[in-house]
Design a protein around this ligand. Structure first.
Ligand code: ADP
Ligand code: MG
Length: 726
């Protein structure tokens, strides 16, 4: 009886809260145009800040806070600081005019001292400030002779003359755009908080909030915009960062899960003959796989044999030997009777891969084809026909291969190399192939298995977000016998000696890279241009050697010619931009000079220098920089000492934060508004633990709280996760 009643009560409460939540969700999605004073123009300005809905406004978090908590006595004010102080209006304000400008001056004082406050073009203030009343002021302090002055200070009226607690505590400072003011944003945010009071829907299940001691959603969003003290601010911040990482991470997990559950791939099972063919290829290689390569290969091979589509990231430092693993996967695919495609970010890299794969697969019945922008029309037509008919089992090309919706008879495996140029959204474009027609088709048909290769080793906590839609295989070991690359810093003054060294390497039969950050001379940036460097080296320094030039503006065919000449040893010194950054493999290249090296991120420098040290020769990398920025010098020194990609990534993150290279935008994810992938790594661990609990206890998201969370993920990230639905 009793329990029955309780149950009824509880379900009534649950239903009611479900209703409030639903109403709250709708309110969150309301347009800012529904707020007072936000007509067309202001709405457009807000739009520029990425703010369209009420909830967007709440997620426009303050970038700083003005501290009004400890007003200073005038005697402690300091020149040049933005400070808060308590003072009494000593005399009646004076108004003067200078042309169109009206100036109000007021003398303020406390027990010991006086300060002049000046406001421009705010004549109404003259009537608002009462002589003899005390206010709390805040503004930039300037010394003017003996006296201090403050211009256009903000001020607050104190309720009674001494109650410090009635002064405001922290005031939010928002990122603005021309036409908007702090006051406006504070007002609008305040309005939304008021309207949503008690109705802000809670995306986090109760058990998560309890377990990880996270404050309630209302408290968090109120305090982050209107904090009363520092402690509450931290509590709010932690909760919002957790929520952000958790929803994003869960969304990615659901994406992957949906693909595995609803997707259908060709199961590429290995029969005895196929096993034999794979073993024969392995035996034909001039080396044996490292144990890390073998492990990655086993993981991939296992996934491929399943009819649930693989979504896997193969991560391994430059030179760790990812290509051969890709070749094995392609072979398993072809042996299973399906087609395999490998895509690279540039035509140069595609051509390189094509050449390597042809070599690796020489002992097999399959010959990979190459299709890039440089492929001539008749050949192109033939290849396209071959792919549609299923006569071509392996193809290498640029990402355009999949984006141009080339027709495959039976696409079994899509591999993309160098992931950081290929984000979540593009990955999802590796869409379905209809069984009958080979047409991409949303409803039926087959998904290819997807393998993404990345040479950017990143800490696991970051990988969980940036590659959260993928399973992870790591090659964490380099093939044996590598000579470590010696890296040094230098300045332009050392150029003569460096050029002597270049000549010595060439005389010994080695080849040299010279890398420049830019294509054309940019006077204002004073950068060595790749063309100027090329001209100088080819004409003045090494007229007797063959110097080549490679940059992004060359036609695809020209690039291929240069690369081929470089591989064949015809070009001894290759001057290039970062087009060589990824994947280019010439084991005879042993010396690299990087110009203006302070312009590169550490991870990028590491990628670049990974082009050398690929053969048995002593390899040298010289980082030229004339920058005297201490931070830049420190970064360059750091990379001289770090040889392992994970260590470099760590350093890069520590020195720069996740910024551009590891940014979510780079990876096609929504920008993080509160969380920081580097600073919040400990939090990320908790997020992951919470998600793993859900994966275990309620993987189908049956519990109402989990379903609700799923809906809110779709609300928050409509572009990214609109289709994760249950
Ligand atoms: P990355 O992971 O940077 O793509 P690659 O696949 O280009 O690395 O391999 C780098 C070089 O190492 C290539 O010349 C390749 O032939 C060689 N290699 C790959 N695996 C092994 C191995 N197990 N033992 C020796 N050399 C290897
Ligand atoms: Mg590679």
């Amino acid at each position: 009886m009793d329990t029955g009643l309780k149950q009824q009560d509880q379900s009534a409460i649950a239903a009611a809260s479900e209703k409030t939540q639903a109403a709250g969700r709708l309110l969150c999605l309301r347009s800012v145009r529904d707020l007072p004073g936000v007509a067309g123009r202001r709405a457009a300005l807000l739009g520029r800040l990425g703010i369209e809905t009420w909830f967007d406004l709440l997620c426009h978090f303050p970038r700083a806070y003005e501290d009004w908590t400890n007003p200073l006595p005038l005697s402690q004010l300091q020149d040049g600081e933005e400070q808060t102080f308590l003072a009494t209006v000593a005399r009646k304000p004076t108004i003067s005019r200078r042309g169109r400008l009206s100036v109000i001056r007021v003398v303020l004082k406390d027990e010991a001292q006086a300060i002049t406050a000046v406001w421009f073009n705010q004549p109404w203030l003259a009537d608002k400030l009462t002589v003899g009343a005390r206010y709390c002021f805040r503004g930039q302090i300037r010394r003017q002779g003996r006296l201090f002055q403050v211009q256009n200070p903000a001020y607050e009226t104190l309720e009674t003359d001494h109650s410090a607690e009635s002064a405001p505590a922290f005031r939010p400072v928002y990122g603005l755009t021309a036409g908007l003011t702090q006051g406006m944003l504070r007002f609008l945010v305040g309005k939304v908080l008021e309207q949503l009071a008690g109705a802000l829907p809670e995306p986090l299940p109760d058990w998560i909030r309890r377990k990880y001691r996270l404050c309630a959603v209302d408290f968090a969003y109120n305090r982050i915009h209107q904090p009363t003290d520092e402690r509450d601010l931290l509590i709010a911040r932690r909760r919002i960062a957790f929520e952000e990482l958790f929803l994003l991470r869960t969304g990615l997990w659901l994406l992957r899960r949906r693909r595995r559950q609803h997707g259908c791939a060709w199961p590429l099972r290995l029969d005895t003959a196929a096993e034999k063919a794979l073993a024969a290829m392995l035996a034909s290689l001039p080396f044996t796989l490292t144990s890390a390569q073998s492990r990655a290969w086993r993981e991939i091979s296992f996934d491929l044999s399943d009819n649930r589509p693989m979504s896997r990231l193969l991560q391994g430092d430059v030179g760790s030997g990812k290509t051969v693993v890709a070749a094995l996967a392609m072979l398993q695919c072809a042996l299973g009777g399906a087609q395999a495609v490998l895509m690279a970010p540039t035509a140069v890299l595609a051509a390189q891969h094509h050449q390597t794969l042809t070599g690796l697969l020489a002992s097999t019945p399959f010959t990979p084809q190459l299709l890039t922008g440089a492929t001539r029309q008749p050949v192109r037509r033939e290849i396209l026909a071959g792919l549609a008919a299923g006569d071509i089992q392996m193809i290498v090309g640029t990402h355009a291969l999949i984006e141009e919706s080339v027709n495959f008879a039976r696409l079994g495996l899509a591999i993309t190399d160098e992931q950081h140029r290929f984000g979540v959204r593009q990955r999802r474009k590796l869409g379905r192939q209809d069984k009958e027609t080979g047409q991409s088709d949303e409803k039926g048909g087959f998904d290819p298995h997807v393998l993404v290769m990345s040479a950017t080793p990143i800490p696991r906590s970051l990988a969980l977000v940036l590659y959260g839609d993928l399973d992870l295989s790591v090659i964490d070991e380099l093939p044996p016998g590598r000579t470590p690359i010696e890296t040094y810093t230098a300045t332009s003054a050392d150029r003569g000696r460096i050029e002597q060294l270049m000549r010595r390497f060439v005389t010994q039969g080695r080849q040299v890279y010279v890398v420049c950050p830019m294509i054309e001379e940019q006077e204002d940036l004073d950068l060595e241009s790749v063309v100027a460097t090329y001209n100088r080296l080819a004409q003045q320094v090494f007229p007797d050697l063959c110097v080549g030039l490679l940059h992004g503006a060359l036609a695809a065919a020209a690039k291929e010619t240069v690369m081929r000449d470089f591989y064949q040893g015809k070009i001894q010194i290759l001057v290039s931009t970062t087009v060589i950054e990824v994947g280019v493999d010439n084991p005879n290249a042993a010396f690299m000079v990087i110009e203006n090296s302070e312009r590169f991120g550490l991870a990028q420098l590491h990628q670049l220098r990974g082009r050398i040290g690929r053969g048995p020769y002593r390899s040298l990398c010289v980082l030229i920089s004339d920058s005297d920025d201490e931070m830049a010098r420190q970064r360059l020194r750091a990379i001289c000492h770090a040889s392992d990609g994970f260590a470099v990534a760590e350093q890069d993150l520590q020195l720069r934060g996740p910024g551009d290279f590891f940014g979510t935008r780079q990876h096609g994810l929504p920008p993080l508004r509160m969380a920081n992938l580097y600073r919040d790594r400990a939090l990320m661990q908790e997020v992951q633990e919470a998600l793993e609990t859900i994966m275990q206890d309620d993987p189908d998201l049956q519990q109402p709280a989990h379903r609700r969370m799923c809906r809110m993920i779709m609300d928050r990230y409509p572009t990214e996760f609109s289709d994760i639905g249950l």
